[in-house]
Write a protein of this length. Structure first.
Length: 317
């Protein structure tokens, strides 16, 4: 693992990853993300890593990680290094939080969701449905002090990253094109460690990608809105930012993203024929064409053809 205080440059060559949460088996949407990231790694003759994002223990289902791994292998989506589990790397996140404290960029917050909503309402700010509230800075001290390290890991409150004023981040997504987000107006100071002691997705994913020297991130478009704040956090910590490619989401009949919360059905991979059928549906959603559909086609042969088709699609996009 690289020194996270002075991270090394990414390893030579492409390094991608698939990072599911073990809240249930793979469904059609998560298979699209797995297949897209796997194909991009193979097209670039790179490595594809598997990371189980299990920090939020109450949401994790016992055995779901093993089922996800079984499903991936049944679909021929083999990983190139030993899988990792976020729950085994708490020290990484502690080290990063301590570094941010040394940089005087984090502060404790005792605000509840209701208190944040009340402040926003008093200011005439209306938060659209299914959109996170922009933090109004109620607990932010001026200036940001450096705290005793022991205070960082108490459960008295959450810890937020203090954003510079007028922070607009721009980046290029390989599929979605040029992106721009004003973090002050659209996000506000965001949480890195929750009041229950759990490190957040935003911190863990940035630290893990640096530790694993990830060069390219291929994931669902539902995470596109997280990218600007992750790039900012990478810059604060001195990490190299990877390239991003956000895939189109698989939606249900109500136009909602497929997820465990919307009771998405698990994919069927008990037989090679079932697995191949699920892969074909995922490839169709990714816009891949001219793939073999004969019953005699093996999964390995189909994946080779899909990798070539992915290369043609990305080159032309």
């Amino acid at each position: 693992m690289p020194n996270l205080k002075n991270p090394s440059s990414p390893a030579d060559g492409y390094r991608g990853r698939f990072a599911p949460s073990p809240t249930g088996p793979l469904h059609a949407g998560s298979l699209v993300a797995a297949l897209g990231s796997w194909l991009d790694a193979r097209k670039n003759h790179g490595k594809w890593l598997l990371r189980i994002e299990d920090l939020d223990a109450p949401r994790c289902i016992p055995g779901a990680d093993q089922e996800i791994m079984r499903q991936l292998l049944a679909c021929g989506l083999n990983w190139d290094e030993e899988p990792t589990w976020q729950s085994k790397h708490q020290d990484r996140y502690k080290q990063a939080l301590e570094r941010l404290n040394g940089l005087q960029t984090i502060y404790p917050c005792t605000c509840s969701r209701q208190s944040i909503a009340n402040v926003l309402e008093a200011r005439g700010v209306v938060t659209p449905r299914n959109q996170e509230m922009v933090y109004p800075g109620s607990c932010r001290p001026q200036p940001i002090p450096q705290y005793e390290d022991g205070n960082l890991f108490s459960n008295e409150g959450a810890w937020r990253l203090a954003l510079p004023s007028k922070l607009t981040l721009q980046f290029e997504d390989q599929v979605q094109g040029k992106q721009s987000q004003n973090l002050n107006q659209e996000v506000g100071d965001f949480v890195l460690r929750r009041r229950d002691g759990v490190f957040t997705y935003q911190l863990a994913v940035v630290v893990d990608d640096a530790a694993q020297e990830i060069t390219d991130i291929v994931r669902g478009a539902d995470l596109l809105n997280n990218t600007a704040r992750q790039i900012h956090l990478q810059k604060v910590l001195g990490y190299t930012s990877p390239s991003y490619l956000h895939l189109p989401l698989v939606l249900d009949e109500h136009g909602e993203k497929l997820s465990k919360q919307t009771l998405a059905s698990a994919i069927h991979t008990d037989t090679a024929q079932q697995a191949l059928q699920e892969l074909r549906k995922a490839a169709e959603h990714l816009g891949l064409s001219d793939l073999p559909d004969g019953k005699e086609t093996s999964i390995a042969e189909w994946l080779l053809a899909a990798t070539q088709a992915w290369g043609r699609k990305i080159t032309s996009s």
